[in-house]
Design a protein around this ligand. Structure first.
Ligand code: AMP
Ligand code: ZN
Length: 114
């Protein structure tokens, strides 16, 4: 756990979150400032700074993350599709330094993103 990390604190239960999914290695919870009718963040319990910081040892975690996304989307009733996003670094729009996958749905998404 990174002591100054918001999502590590959510994983540890030190900051409340509306959980929608959890397993041994992952946790998903509603975004506090949703950008779509459904907006969930899926995080590895283990602290990883960003997609730019992953290495081959994280391959299993990344596979679990991607495999869980459609399961969670289905659980949330996103039968008409959904958007997954990983913002990376300042230019990528990353504001929390703990790797997370956005799952957005409930409306038609725009492309390209801003
Ligand atoms: P990003 O900008 O890609 O790093 O995404 C960070 C996301 O975390 C944003 O969509 C925020 O709204 C969300 N967020 C920030 N604080 C919290 C919190 N305490 N609980 C849930 N989501 C949060
Ligand atoms: Zn963290």
């Amino acid at each position: 756990m990174a002591s100054d990390c918001l999502f590590c604190k959510i994983v540890a239960g030190e900051i409340p979150a509306k959980k929608v999914y959890e397993d041994a290695n992952l946790l998903a919870f509603h975004d506090i400032d949703p950008k779509a009718p459904t907006h969930v963040l899926l995080v590895p319990r283990r602290h990883i700074n960003s997609l730019a910081a992953i290495c081959s040892e994280d391959a299993g975690t990344m596979a679990e993350l991607l495999c869980a996304a459609p399961t969670i989307a289905a659980q949330l009733g996103l039968t008409n599709g959904f958007r997954t996003v990983i913002n990376t670094g300042p230019d990528g729009g990353q504001t929390v330094g703990h790797l997370h996958l956005h799952i957005l749905g409930g409306r038609s998404m725009h492309w390209p993103p801003g």
